[in-house]
Design a protein around this ligand. Structure first.
Ligand SMILES: [Mg+2]
Length: 272
Protein backbone atom coordinates (compact mmCIF):
# COMPACT_ATOMS: atom_id res chain seq x y z
CA UNK A 1 0.00 0.00 0.00
CA UNK A 2 1.43 3.35 -1.05
CA UNK A 3 0.35 6.48 0.81
CA UNK A 4 -0.22 9.51 -1.37
CA UNK A 5 -0.98 13.01 -0.14
CA UNK A 6 -3.00 15.10 -2.58
CA UNK A 7 -3.58 18.79 -1.90
CA UNK A 8 -5.80 21.42 -3.38
CA UNK A 9 -3.95 24.79 -3.41
CA UNK A 10 -6.33 27.75 -3.04
CA UNK A 11 -7.78 27.79 0.47
CA UNK A 12 -5.95 24.57 1.38
CA UNK A 13 -2.24 25.47 1.13
CA UNK A 14 -2.67 29.22 0.66
CA UNK A 15 -5.21 31.91 1.48
CA UNK A 16 -7.46 32.25 -1.58
CA UNK A 17 -5.55 33.74 -4.54
CA UNK A 18 -2.70 34.74 -2.27
CA UNK A 19 0.82 33.51 -1.70
CA UNK A 20 1.66 30.71 0.68
CA UNK A 21 2.88 31.63 4.16
CA UNK A 22 6.73 31.53 3.90
CA UNK A 23 7.19 29.50 7.06
CA UNK A 24 4.58 26.96 5.98
CA UNK A 25 6.19 26.79 2.49
CA UNK A 26 9.48 25.79 4.04
CA UNK A 27 7.86 23.21 6.28
CA UNK A 28 5.70 21.83 3.47
CA UNK A 29 8.73 21.46 1.17
CA UNK A 30 10.36 19.27 3.79
CA UNK A 31 7.17 17.21 4.10
CA UNK A 32 6.89 16.84 0.30
CA UNK A 33 10.50 15.68 0.01
CA UNK A 34 9.80 12.80 2.36
CA UNK A 35 6.25 11.82 1.32
CA UNK A 36 4.39 11.21 -1.95
CA UNK A 37 2.84 14.61 -2.45
CA UNK A 38 0.71 15.87 -5.34
CA UNK A 39 -1.04 19.18 -5.97
CA UNK A 40 -4.39 19.42 -7.76
CA UNK A 41 -5.78 22.86 -8.50
CA UNK A 42 -8.15 24.67 -10.83
CA UNK A 43 -5.46 27.32 -11.46
CA UNK A 44 -2.93 27.23 -14.28
CA UNK A 45 0.79 26.55 -13.87
CA UNK A 46 2.09 30.15 -13.75
CA UNK A 47 -0.49 31.13 -11.10
CA UNK A 48 0.27 28.09 -8.95
CA UNK A 49 4.01 28.75 -9.21
CA UNK A 50 3.43 32.35 -8.15
CA UNK A 51 1.29 31.21 -5.21
CA UNK A 52 3.35 28.38 -3.74
CA UNK A 53 6.84 29.24 -5.03
CA UNK A 54 9.58 27.30 -6.81
CA UNK A 55 10.65 25.14 -3.86
CA UNK A 56 7.21 23.67 -3.25
CA UNK A 57 6.65 23.11 -6.99
CA UNK A 58 9.92 21.17 -7.29
CA UNK A 59 9.46 19.18 -4.10
CA UNK A 60 6.15 17.55 -5.09
CA UNK A 61 5.82 14.51 -7.36
CA UNK A 62 3.37 16.04 -9.79
CA UNK A 63 1.24 19.16 -10.17
CA UNK A 64 -2.21 18.79 -11.69
CA UNK A 65 -3.14 22.23 -13.00
CA UNK A 66 -6.45 23.25 -14.53
CA UNK A 67 -8.18 20.45 -12.58
CA UNK A 68 -5.86 17.80 -14.03
CA UNK A 69 -6.11 18.93 -17.66
CA UNK A 70 -2.54 20.22 -17.59
CA UNK A 71 -0.03 18.01 -15.80
CA UNK A 72 3.50 19.00 -14.70
CA UNK A 73 6.43 17.14 -13.19
CA UNK A 74 9.38 19.12 -11.82
CA UNK A 75 8.63 22.05 -14.11
CA UNK A 76 8.06 19.89 -17.22
CA UNK A 77 4.67 19.64 -18.91
CA UNK A 78 3.82 15.96 -19.38
CA UNK A 79 0.18 16.08 -20.55
CA UNK A 80 -2.39 18.61 -21.71
CA UNK A 81 -6.06 18.46 -22.74
CA UNK A 82 -7.79 21.28 -24.56
CA UNK A 83 -11.41 22.36 -24.11
CA UNK A 84 -13.38 24.06 -26.88
CA UNK A 85 -15.89 26.45 -25.34
CA UNK A 86 -19.18 26.14 -27.28
CA UNK A 87 -20.22 29.38 -28.89
CA UNK A 88 -23.69 29.44 -27.29
CA UNK A 89 -22.19 28.93 -23.84
CA UNK A 90 -19.75 31.79 -24.37
CA UNK A 91 -22.70 33.98 -25.35
CA UNK A 92 -24.60 32.83 -22.24
CA UNK A 93 -21.68 33.96 -20.06
CA UNK A 94 -21.48 37.38 -21.71
CA UNK A 95 -25.26 37.73 -21.25
CA UNK A 96 -24.76 37.06 -17.53
CA UNK A 97 -22.02 39.70 -17.40
CA UNK A 98 -24.57 42.21 -18.67
CA UNK A 99 -27.42 40.97 -16.52
CA UNK A 100 -25.74 40.51 -13.11
CA UNK A 101 -26.88 43.06 -10.53
CA UNK A 102 -23.41 43.13 -8.96
CA UNK A 103 -22.22 46.62 -9.99
CA UNK A 104 -18.48 46.15 -10.48
CA UNK A 105 -16.56 44.75 -13.51
CA UNK A 106 -12.76 44.69 -13.33
CA UNK A 107 -11.76 42.94 -16.56
CA UNK A 108 -10.80 39.37 -17.58
CA UNK A 109 -14.15 37.71 -16.95
CA UNK A 110 -13.82 34.73 -19.27
CA UNK A 111 -10.40 33.16 -18.91
CA UNK A 112 -9.51 30.19 -21.13
CA UNK A 113 -7.07 27.69 -19.70
CA UNK A 114 -6.07 24.20 -20.84
CA UNK A 115 -9.13 21.99 -20.42
CA UNK A 116 -11.21 24.59 -18.63
CA UNK A 117 -12.69 28.06 -18.72
CA UNK A 118 -12.91 30.25 -15.64
CA UNK A 119 -15.84 32.64 -15.48
CA UNK A 120 -15.98 35.52 -13.01
CA UNK A 121 -18.59 38.27 -12.81
CA UNK A 122 -16.34 40.65 -10.82
CA UNK A 123 -13.35 39.72 -13.02
CA UNK A 124 -9.75 38.68 -12.47
CA UNK A 125 -8.64 42.30 -12.24
CA UNK A 126 -10.37 42.76 -8.88
CA UNK A 127 -8.36 43.94 -5.90
CA UNK A 128 -8.54 41.99 -2.66
CA UNK A 129 -11.16 44.42 -1.37
CA UNK A 130 -13.25 44.21 -4.53
CA UNK A 131 -13.10 40.43 -4.41
CA UNK A 132 -14.37 40.50 -0.82
CA UNK A 133 -17.24 42.72 -1.91
CA UNK A 134 -18.22 40.08 -4.45
CA UNK A 135 -17.80 37.25 -1.94
CA UNK A 136 -20.23 38.93 0.45
CA UNK A 137 -22.65 39.79 -2.32
CA UNK A 138 -22.55 36.26 -3.75
CA UNK A 139 -23.16 34.80 -0.31
CA UNK A 140 -26.48 36.63 -0.11
CA UNK A 141 -27.50 36.39 -3.73
CA UNK A 142 -26.08 32.94 -4.49
CA UNK A 143 -25.33 34.09 -7.98
CA UNK A 144 -22.60 31.58 -8.78
CA UNK A 145 -24.84 28.75 -7.65
CA UNK A 146 -27.54 29.99 -10.03
CA UNK A 147 -25.13 30.30 -12.96
CA UNK A 148 -23.67 26.84 -12.29
CA UNK A 149 -27.15 25.35 -12.09
CA UNK A 150 -28.21 26.92 -15.38
CA UNK A 151 -25.10 25.71 -17.19
CA UNK A 152 -25.37 22.20 -15.76
CA UNK A 153 -29.02 22.00 -16.76
CA UNK A 154 -28.56 23.63 -20.16
CA UNK A 155 -25.48 21.84 -21.56
CA UNK A 156 -25.43 18.02 -21.46
CA UNK A 157 -21.72 17.36 -21.74
CA UNK A 158 -20.50 20.39 -19.82
CA UNK A 159 -20.06 20.86 -16.08
CA UNK A 160 -19.84 24.11 -14.14
CA UNK A 161 -18.47 24.13 -10.58
CA UNK A 162 -17.90 26.88 -8.04
CA UNK A 163 -14.14 27.43 -7.90
CA UNK A 164 -12.16 29.74 -5.63
CA UNK A 165 -13.95 32.69 -4.04
CA UNK A 166 -15.31 34.58 -7.02
CA UNK A 167 -15.30 32.29 -10.04
CA UNK A 168 -16.78 29.27 -11.75
CA UNK A 169 -14.80 26.51 -13.47
CA UNK A 170 -16.41 25.23 -16.65
CA UNK A 171 -15.20 22.10 -18.43
CA UNK A 172 -16.09 18.96 -20.36
CA UNK A 173 -18.00 16.65 -17.99
CA UNK A 174 -15.55 14.27 -16.31
CA UNK A 175 -12.55 16.53 -16.93
CA UNK A 176 -12.59 17.62 -13.29
CA UNK A 177 -10.19 16.90 -10.43
CA UNK A 178 -11.37 13.26 -10.32
CA UNK A 179 -9.53 12.57 -13.59
CA UNK A 180 -6.18 12.46 -11.75
CA UNK A 181 -7.13 8.99 -10.48
CA UNK A 182 -6.02 7.47 -13.82
CA UNK A 183 -2.44 7.97 -12.61
CA UNK A 184 -2.91 5.86 -9.48
CA UNK A 185 -3.08 2.08 -9.11
CA UNK A 186 -5.22 -0.09 -6.81
CA UNK A 187 -2.16 -0.22 -4.56
CA UNK A 188 -2.30 3.54 -3.97
CA UNK A 189 -4.19 5.11 -1.10
CA UNK A 190 -5.00 8.78 -1.47
CA UNK A 191 -5.31 11.24 1.41
CA UNK A 192 -7.01 14.20 -0.17
CA UNK A 193 -7.04 17.67 1.44
CA UNK A 194 -9.39 20.31 0.01
CA UNK A 195 -11.50 23.27 1.07
CA UNK A 196 -14.30 22.79 -1.47
CA UNK A 197 -15.55 19.24 -0.88
CA UNK A 198 -19.15 20.40 -0.53
CA UNK A 199 -21.51 19.50 -3.36
CA UNK A 200 -20.83 21.79 -6.31
CA UNK A 201 -17.32 22.65 -5.03
CA UNK A 202 -14.34 21.89 -7.25
CA UNK A 203 -12.95 19.32 -4.79
CA UNK A 204 -16.25 17.42 -4.69
CA UNK A 205 -15.73 15.18 -7.77
CA UNK A 206 -12.37 13.87 -6.54
CA UNK A 207 -13.63 13.48 -2.96
CA UNK A 208 -16.57 11.45 -4.30
CA UNK A 209 -14.37 9.31 -6.55
CA UNK A 210 -11.75 8.74 -3.83
CA UNK A 211 -13.65 5.80 -2.38
CA UNK A 212 -10.59 3.82 -1.31
CA UNK A 213 -8.82 6.79 0.26
CA UNK A 214 -9.67 9.42 2.83
CA UNK A 215 -10.84 12.98 2.41
CA UNK A 216 -9.91 15.83 4.74
CA UNK A 217 -12.29 18.79 4.34
CA UNK A 218 -10.13 21.79 5.18
CA UNK A 219 -11.17 25.08 6.78
CA UNK A 220 -8.04 27.00 5.71
CA UNK A 221 -4.28 26.49 5.17
CA UNK A 222 -3.60 26.70 8.92
CA UNK A 223 -5.92 23.72 9.37
CA UNK A 224 -3.94 21.72 6.77
CA UNK A 225 -0.67 22.55 8.51
CA UNK A 226 -2.10 21.55 11.88
CA UNK A 227 -3.07 18.11 10.57
CA UNK A 228 0.25 17.56 8.76
CA UNK A 229 2.28 18.59 11.80
CA UNK A 230 0.49 15.99 13.87
CA UNK A 231 1.08 13.39 11.15
CA UNK A 232 4.76 14.32 11.11
CA UNK A 233 5.05 14.23 14.91
CA UNK A 234 3.40 10.82 15.11
CA UNK A 235 5.73 9.44 12.45
CA UNK A 236 8.78 10.75 14.27
CA UNK A 237 7.80 10.14 17.88
CA UNK A 238 6.70 6.61 17.23
CA UNK A 239 8.46 5.04 14.29
CA UNK A 240 6.64 1.75 14.79
CA UNK A 241 3.30 3.38 14.04
CA UNK A 242 2.47 3.16 10.42
CA UNK A 243 -1.01 4.51 10.96
CA UNK A 244 -0.20 8.17 11.63
CA UNK A 245 -2.31 9.91 8.98
CA UNK A 246 -5.13 7.43 9.53
CA UNK A 247 -4.99 8.22 13.24
CA UNK A 248 -5.39 11.89 12.48
CA UNK A 249 -8.33 11.10 10.30
CA UNK A 250 -10.01 9.08 13.05
CA UNK A 251 -9.29 11.67 15.73
CA UNK A 252 -10.57 14.51 13.61
CA UNK A 253 -13.75 12.64 12.84
CA UNK A 254 -14.11 11.71 16.52
CA UNK A 255 -14.08 15.36 17.48
CA UNK A 256 -16.57 16.03 14.76
CA UNK A 257 -14.53 18.95 13.53
CA UNK A 258 -15.73 17.91 10.12
CA UNK A 259 -19.25 19.08 10.81
CA UNK A 260 -21.98 17.08 9.21
CA UNK A 261 -19.58 14.86 7.34
CA UNK A 262 -20.96 11.96 5.40
CA UNK A 263 -18.87 8.83 5.97
CA UNK A 264 -16.07 9.92 3.66
CA UNK A 265 -16.93 13.37 2.41
CA UNK A 266 -17.48 16.43 4.55
CA UNK A 267 -20.05 19.12 4.11
CA UNK A 268 -20.39 22.61 5.42
CA UNK A 269 -16.82 23.18 6.50
CA UNK A 270 -15.62 24.95 3.42
CA UNK A 271 -13.62 28.12 3.94
CA UNK A 272 -15.89 31.11 3.63
MG1 LIG B 1 -9.66 25.37 -2.97
Amino acid sequence: MIKNYVFDVDGTLTPSRQRIDPEFAQWFTKFAETHNVFLVTGSDYPKTLEQVGHDVMMSVRRVYNCSGNDVWEKGVNIRRKEFMLPHDLEKFMYDWLQASKFPLRTGTHVEKRPGTVNFSIVGRGASLEERQEYVQWDKHNRERETIAYQINEGWDDITAAIGGETGLDIFQTGCDKSQILVDFTPNDVIYFFGDAMFEGGNDWPLAQANVKGKNFPIAGWEHTWEILKTVWDEEHDNASTSWNVDNQYKKAKGKEIYGKATPEVGGGLAAT
